[in-house]
Design a protein around this ligand. Structure first.
Ligand SMILES: O=C(O)CCC(=O)C(=O)O
Ligand SMILES: [Fe+2]
Length: 266
């Protein structure tokens, strides 16, 4: 499959107006399948080397996943929105096997991230498999980015895929953001979003890349991030190394350091 053109200025203009946007063509379907394979290899090696399957900051251990986090199309979108200087604050995976009961409650990403201000941040949700209404694609509630920080309750529910189970009560209609494998959606830190269980037969796998301008501050503790474009003139974050080989011992040390920070949720 050939890839459609990417008009990054158009994407940025629409994202900045509405604080969400989809679809953004990033990878071919074949390339997306290769990323699924790289992610599955990461999971196996994470278990073997670290005793646990990690979901955060996989780009610090797998050069194949780091290549996606720094893919020219990904960076074209991130720099069109944030300007030439960009840090990757986090990467994480949301995996819903076919027919699984996991869902994501309505929430704002700003609730637990500790990042301030919230405007100079963009989350890029890259579909590695098709993500449609039936498979529990991401949904947003348009306009909620203007409401400031809403009160969330941390609700314990084994099926809720969020780390803290944070939930906001909202009653408005939501907009589905269906994607083909290789396409991405964008959402801001304040827009309320969530997703339903995967009622289809196939897996729904998303890789989320969270980009910030270096002027953003972490209010919780000293944090780390990966410089992926331009320069960092602010020194608000320690810089993480981009790996050159798979699960190298220095990369494992850097990963262990990164995931105990606020951005690692480890
Ligand atoms: O994958 C999902 O359904 C939710 C993802 C999400 O909440 C996020 O990327 O911030
Ligand atoms: Fe989220």
């Amino acid at each position: 499959m050939s890839l459609s053109n990417l008009d990054a200025p158009h994407v940025a203009e629409n994202f900045l107006a509405h604080r969400f946007y989809a679809p953004v063509p990033i990878l071919t379907q074949e390339e997306a399948t290769e990323v699924v394979n790289a992610f599955q290899q990461f999971e196996l090696d994470s278990l073997a080397h670290l005793g646990k399957v990690h979901r955060f900051k996989a780009h610090l251990l797998s050069p194949d996943l780091a290549r996606i986090a720094t893919h020219p199309r990904v960076l074209a979108v991130a720099t069109a929105i944030l300007g030439p200087d960009v840090l990757l604050w986090s990467s994480d995976f949301f995996v819903k096997p076919g027919g699984s009961t996991g869902y994501v409650s309505w929430h704002q990403d700003s609730t637990h991230a500790g990042l301030d201000p919230t405007d100079d941040i963009v989350n890029l949700w890259l579909a590695l498999t098709p993500s449609k209404s039936a498979s529990g694609c991401l949904r947003v509630i348009a306009g909620t980015h203007d409401a400031g920080q809403l009160t969330h309750t941390n609700k314990e529910d084994a099926d809720n895929m969020l780390f803290f189970g944070q939930t906001v009560d909202v009653e408005s209609d939501s907009v589905a953001l269906p994607l083909e494998a290789g396409e991405a959606s964008l959402h801001s830190m304040r827009i309320v979003h969530g997703s339903e269980p995967n009622r289809s037969d196939g897996p729904r796998i998303g890789m989320v890349l969270r980009f910030i301008h270096p002027s953003v501050r972490q209010t919780k503790a000293r944090d780390s991030a990966t410089l992926v474009a331009g320069v960092d003139a602010f020194n608000h974050f320690d810089h993480e190394p981009i790996p050159t080989s798979h699960f190298a011992s220095d990369a494992i040390a850097a990963f262990k350091d990164a995931i105990r920070r606020p951005s690692g949720l480890g």
